[in-house]
Design a protein around this ligand. Structure first.
Ligand SMILES: Cc1ncc(C[n+]2csc(CCOP(=O)(O)OP(=O)(O)O)c2C)c(N)n1
Ligand SMILES: [Mg+2]
Length: 351
């Protein structure tokens, strides 16, 4: 008697899921002179703000942790310039000052938060890592590495549920990209086609550990492959490349096609936090990046080619320094919160 043919996998398996469609290759944004000037101003504001925050920290005026964004300015500025303020949500980790400035939050209330004053955006109780502004749709400022990815997925769910047309941009680092909850969030986001842009800010280090030492797959834009989430690698030191990628990603996500991952290749010039002795890399390495790839110098050179004079760029710098120094004066002279502020915005009842 002939033996029954062995069943082939294809007889019983459900039909293969079709190949995942991909967003188009992002184009570098073609900015007008005025648009590039505005992006330049915003990056410079972050740079000068962070330098001042570093000084105030050194003077003992800022307590707790303080993580500076110097070197990474093009990422937040370029990407967020592609979002719709007042509609799209932004959420990030503890290196958060730049994302707030890029979303139009007043430098005075950010600086006042850093110095723990009542006028601070979290009434002086949050400090550097815990700032929040529902009005601006900026949802923090989170100290737990990777937590913002799950929270951001929840924000994206809200956008979809409310059908408000908004999206969530959730930023996290190369170190956070190894956190378990990131992958639970990827799964849900793709399954439910949530409107979320996962932004991996690959600044090459997680505290003192380089990405190559910690990551089996160090091409982080591929991290969504097993969830069928398309990923794009972007030059995070070029503000116009960031803007172009932001537009492509936002368009894709807004059209209901589900999440996308942007891996932004960037670099932080300062230590992980203000208390980092930076023994894990050489000064030459940092210097080489500063000289070759600085995002602000890069934009300045491009502006000069568009006919902006060196004197005009100096005037912008002067103006930004004035804004930052006014923010610092405000932050130093504002009163500390009264004691009863200890009992506001905290959960006092039981579930
Ligand atoms: C769950 C958790 N684990 C560890 C830490 C300690 N920690 C704080 S920052 C950090 C490194 C994260 O690096 P990365 O995600 O690359 O972000 P970057 O600091 O470079 O912006 C670690 C391990 C933490 N805050 N939370
Ligand atoms: Mg990092």
């Amino acid at each position: 008697m002939a033996r029954a043919a062995k069943p082939k996998a294809s007889d019983s398996a459900p039909p293969a899921t079709p190949n995942r469609e991909r967003p188009p290759e992002p184009q570098r944004y073609k900015a007008s002179k005025d648009e590039l000037l505005e992006l330049y101003r915003q990056m410079l504001l972050i740079r000068r703000f962070e330098e001042k925050a570093g000084q105030l920290y050194g003077l003992g005026l800022i307590g707790g942790f303080c993580h500076l964004y110097i070197g990474q300015e093009a990422v937040a500025v370029g990407l967020q310039s592609a979002l719709t303020g007042g509609l799209d949500s932004v959420i990030t980790g503890y290196r958060d000052h730049g994302h707030m400035l890029a979303y139009g939050i007043d430098p005075k209330v950010i600086m006042a938060e850093l110095t723990g004053r009542e006028a601070g955006i979290s009434h002086g109780k949050g400090g550097s890592m815990h700032m929040f502004s529902v009005d601006h749709r900026f949802y923090g400022g989170h100290g737990i590495v990777g937590a913002q990815v799950s929270l951001g997925t929840g924000l994206a769910f809200k956008h979809k549920y409310a059908e408000d047309g908004g999206l969530c941009m959730a930023y996290f680092g190369d170190g956070a990209a190894n956190q378990g909850q990131v992958y639970e969030s990827f799964n849900m986001a793709e399954l439910w086609k949530l409107p979320i842009i996962f932004v991996i800010e690959n600044n090459q280090y997680a505290m003192g550990t380089s990405v190559n030492r910690s990551s089996a797959e160090d091409q982080l834009y591929r991290r969504g492959e097993s969830f069928r989430i398309p990923g794009i690698q972007v030059d995070g030191m070029d503000v116009l490349a960031c803007r172009g990628a932001g537009e492509t990603a936002a368009e894709w996500v807004r059209s209901g096609k589900g999440p996308v991952i942007l891996e932004m290749k960037t670099y932080r010039y300062r230590g992980h936090s203000m208390s980092d002795p930076a023994k894990y890399r050489s000064r030459d390495e940092v210097q080489a990046v500063r000289e070759k790839s600085d995002p602000i110098d890069h934009a300045a050179r491009e502006l000069e080619k568009m006919g902006v004079t060196e004197a005009a760029l100096k005037d912008i710098d002067k103006d930004i320094r004035r804004i930052v120094s006014e923010a610092a004066d405000f932050a130093e002279s504002s009163p500390e919160p009264p004691l009863d502020e200890l009992y506001t915005d905290v959960l006092v009842e039981t579930y």
